[in-house]
Design a binder for this molecule. Sequence first.
Ligand SMILES: [Zn+2]
Length: 386
Amino acid sequence: MTPFIFNTTKSVVFEAGAAARLDALAGALLGPRILVITDSALRQLGLLDSALAALQAAGHEVVIFDAVEADPSRATLMTAVEAGRDAHVTGVLGFGGGSPMDVAKLAALLLGSNEDLDQAWGVAQAKGPRLPLVLVPTTAGTGSEVTPVAIITVGDEEKRGVSSSVILPDMAVLDADLTLGLPGHITAATGVDAMVHAIEAYASTSANNNPLSKMLAREALRLLGANIEAAVADGQNRDARGAMLLGSMLAGQAFANSPVAAVHALAYPIGGTFHVPHGLSNALVLPHVLRFNAPDAYEVYAEIAADAFPHLADVPGAQARCAALIEALEDLAKRLSMKTRLRDVGIPKGALPKMAADAMLQQRLLVNNPRMVSEEDALNIYTAAW
Ligand SMILES: [Zn+2]
């Protein structure tokens, strides 16, 4: 068998209502003074209240930093680190979607090691140690609670990432109750993003693609495919919400060790230039990238088609089953009332060549794609998606 390395979060708690007993679950780990990193919307919604009450009742001092924005900046990270340093915190609790979790990862690193951030960018450059770190996701999509990656915006637009197993948290707490109020369009976009993580991890040509990632990707697709419509149709459906949170985490574990590819590479210029949310950006190019990849990857896609959509088990032949998977994903986006064309999110056709050029900068992702993507190919894919 081919050698591989698989890293993930040490402890995963899956329990509706777990936030309300965060003291019992993570109090000893986080220590007496905790830096809580979140965003102001979640705080105003009261989503943190039960967790904070539990920690404070148990005698923990809590310092709240709630100024994390979408696509968080370096300045935001440094302000959070300063707040933690002033309070001599002993642990970091990240609470929210991908952005607060990413800031929490790097805050724990910088507070624990005094490391120079500029020496930490890139793969396996961060050395640590970091402070104890617990992450509580409030959307089902990024899987950031089990990935070793944090992305920060530096300057105006440049996104830089730290990828190091040092910033994998000690614990992920999956509390489906925290996701009950999430609006349908966000549930849809983040849920499809998680499906993309599973599909791209499964088909990734990374040398580290491995049996664990493949197994996790399939179970993720099974959970996500079976529950995404129910979660979007009725946000209060606890079972569907729990399944989405679990599926998103499994997909995160899969792609953390078998990285994503061209769907994400082509999604980044959509998000970067036109500020389309990450999940929707992926959904917009997904069927078109899969169709482009199909000549080289149809057998792999056919293997997972019935995981996401069980009725596809009856479609005979790998090529036909792959085509049916792509159609089923397009139908799903329509049933979820998602925007399906680049023009629907305000992208002018004239912007496509620059986006194709920008997508070529994502070589770290493109190298994992089952089929080589040239700039001309990227433009053709965007044109099909427009
Ligand atoms: Zn993604």
